[in-house]
Design a protein around this ligand. Structure first.
Ligand code: MG
Length: 395
């Protein structure tokens, strides 16, 4: 019986291809609220694999750091430090394999970073077939007729499609066998092999196919991004709205925190953390949309580790919970109710800070302010109230 702990995963994401547009390599482009590569890594981190090794380009370490922010925090530790890619896909895979030599897993899955929608049952299918095969590749039947064409644009042959398959990743191998085959190919100066199955074929070793999945799209072109976004959202979208409310009272002091921005004031807000009433309401709004308790459940005031804590930690945690569910934040909207301080002069700074903490664009952050016409506790300048709404999209 093969266990996931015996299998390492190499995710090849070193390409610089920009056919998908956006001015950055496709694996780092936003796909439905998070980078393509983050979706791919989340897929494999959901299993208890030996390790997940990303292979990236020399100038892609900053992009990769950003990707990690979107990987489920509870399983992020399964991702190893990224390995530097080579001049070709084949060279990049070999670098990934060599990074595994010291730990020598029994098997390895090799996956294209741009296949971000791979169904988990396909991963299981490849893994299970490794029990009885050294090389396993997911393959699809072809429904179109395939022609061989001459350079002059004339058909030179019609291939028998019954004997043809298109192949996908993840491709699974016995680790030592694929490492030996890759090293032998380099030693013989054989390069340009199109996938890892080709390396095994070149080495004369048998490769088993298992059924692939039609939805296992290799996201390459602008059109692919549109298809992939539809696949993620239009078919499975679950839009939810959550609300939050919070109040903190004034006590003697000289500043308050609102939306992660420090504002000079005649008082401060009383509370256990930095008492950022707006971020507390927004945190609760996200938790509400997720049906995942409230800020007091996750950060109990009785727990001293949260004393004086910057409330952006709470908002970031709620967003990590959202990402862990495969969701994205569509918008955050807040209303502050106070007689003083005046919010207008700070509105844009607060919006920008919230957008930064939440990892969303500025146009997805709303902030309004009102007084309560001198009525009630707010009207008596005894404190600040905040209302918030969050819209999230879950798969
Ligand atoms: Mg509070």
């Amino acid at each position: 019986m093969t266990t996931y702990a015996e299998i390492a995963v190499i995710v090849v994401a070193a390409g610089s291809g920009q056919r998908a547009g956006g001015g950055i390599p496709k694996q780092f482009r936003n796909l439905g609220g998070m980078p393509v590569l983050a979706r791919t890594l989340n897929l494999f981190c959901a299993f208890d694999f030996h390790s997940v090794i990303p292979v990236i380009g020399a100038d892609q370490f900053d992009d990769f750091e950003n990707v990690l922010k979107f990987v489920r925090a509870d399983v992020r530790k399964r991702i190893a430090s990224p390995v530097l890619g080579g001049n070709s896909r084949q060279a990049s895979v070999l670098n990934g394999l060599q990074a595994l030599v010291h730990s020598s897993p029994r098997f390895v899955l090799i996956h294209d970073g741009a296949r971000a929608l791979t169904p988990s049952d396909l991963v299981q299918r490849v893994t299970e077939a490794l029990q009885t095969n050294d090389s396993v590749v997911p393959a699809l039947l072809i429904s179109d007729t395939v022609k061989e064409v001459s350079p002059s644009g004339m058909i030179s042959a019609t291939l028998n499609r019954n004997k043809l398959r298109t192949v996908q990743t993840p491709q699974g191998f016995r680790f030592q066998a694929i490492l030996d085959a890759h090293q032998a190919a380099v030693a013989r100066k054989v390069d340009g092999l199109m996938d890892d199955a080709s390396v095994m074929e070149w080495a004369g070793l048998p490769v088993r196919i298992v059924p692939g999945a039609a939805g296992n799209l290799k996201i390459t072109t602008v059109d692919d991004f549109e298809i992939a976004e539809r696949q993620i959202f239009n078919e499975r979208q679950d839009i939810r709205v959550g609300q939050g409310y919070d109040v903190h009272s004034f006590v003697p002091g000289d500043h308050i925190w609102l939306g992660g921005v420090k504002i000079a004031h005649t008082h401060k807000l009383n509370g256990h953390s930095d008492s950022d009433v707006l971020l507390h309401a927004m945190t609760d709004a996200i938790l509400g949309a997720l049906g995942d308790g409230d800020i007091g459940v996750h950060f109990p005031p009785s727990d001293n580790q949260w004393r004086g804590m910057a409330s952006k930690v709470f908002l970031a945690d709620a967003i990590a919970r959202l990402h862990a569910r495969g969701g994205v934040l569509a918008h955050l909207d807040g209303t502050l109710v106070c007689e003083a301080p005046k919010i207008g002069p700070h509105r844009e700074a607060i919006r920008a800070e919230i957008a930064s903490i939440a990892g969303i664009s500025l146009d997805r952050v709303g902030l309004k302010a009102t007084t309560s016409e001198k009525l009630g506790f707010v009207g008596r300048k005894e404190g600040v109230a905040a209302f918030a709404t969050a819209t999230v999209r879950l798969p």
